[in-house]
Design a protein around this ligand. Sequence first.
Ligand code: B16
Ligand code: MG
Length: 213
Amino acid sequence: MVKEFDAIIFDLDGVICYTDEYHYRAWKAIADSNGIPFDRTINNRLRGVSRMASLEIILEKSACLFSEAEKEALATQKNEIYKQLLAEMTPADLPESVKTTLDALRKKGYRMAIGSSSKNAMFILQQIGLDGYFDAVSDGNNITHSKPDPEVFLKAAQMLHTEPSRCLVVEDAVSGAEAAHRGGMKAACVGDASKEGAGNWNLNSVEDLLNIL
Ligand code: B16
Ligand code: MG
């Protein structure tokens, strides 16, 4: 079979591991302590979106106005709560089925990268035992525009020395699928983005990648 892709770029939160739940809990604590309504439906809009852009979405429901300095303080507080949750993670938080799938794709000869909006991506990879596993890591620290801008994926493709059209993006966020498409890449989606039909392939799980690659 002629291969359509040479490389696979994986989103991190919600694809490789379930840190999306920790983002939710940390933002929920901030929203509750400021009397701002926040639920899982609103949380789905934060997937793939940068920390400050996430805060702006949460503040849409706030009755009060916050200064730029207050917003910075809220984002910092959220990140402190989030990092405490990340510190509890261990390699047991990398689902066995995800690791098996990654190993199988590596065996098939695909180059593999992370394309995440998170500034905590390296810490998460260390915590779950994937430090040094990927051929490249493009994350929230090397971009100026977060998803749905394609920058994070285009940088990952560059690091892999691979044309965007030869990269497949794996995403759980609608904003991430849009970023892939805007970067000239196809997207295989799981989770929320799959339910929304945002991908070229809308899968039940990461394991299903083995049926299409
Ligand atoms: P941080 P991904 C994204 O990661 C998350 O989905 C999103 O909810 C979060 O706001 C963003 O990272 C920034 O994260 O606050 O750790 O820099 O899904 O692109 O891997
Ligand atoms: Mg994600």
